[in-house]
Design a protein around this ligand. Sequence first.
Ligand SMILES: [Zn+2]
Ligand SMILES: [Zn+2]
Length: 103
Amino acid sequence: MSFTDKSLQCADCGVTFTFTAEEQEFHQSKGFTNEPRRCQSCRQARKTQRNSFGSGGSRYDRQMFPAVCAECGIDTQVPFEPREDRPVYCSSCYNKTKGNSRW
Ligand SMILES: [Zn+2]
Ligand SMILES: [Zn+2]
């Protein structure tokens, strides 16, 4: 059984990458029948992403909640769930409060 390098297109970024004979052989030895759908860097990116999600959440894609600023009344978004008993500030008011209180 011999393999030849193959050109595949990445399902994520659309770049053409080479599925080398070596990789094909490795794939087959592992019993995989599907060709890889993503290029090296996208696979790497997904792996990293999954790892950071698994271990305590990432800082990048956190959920934002709609809120109304208690100071100036504009609609804003906060990275935590707003509670009735706690005032929520937009980023500029938050920075103002931060400036002249305990922080
Ligand atoms: Zn890609
Ligand atoms: Zn405000």
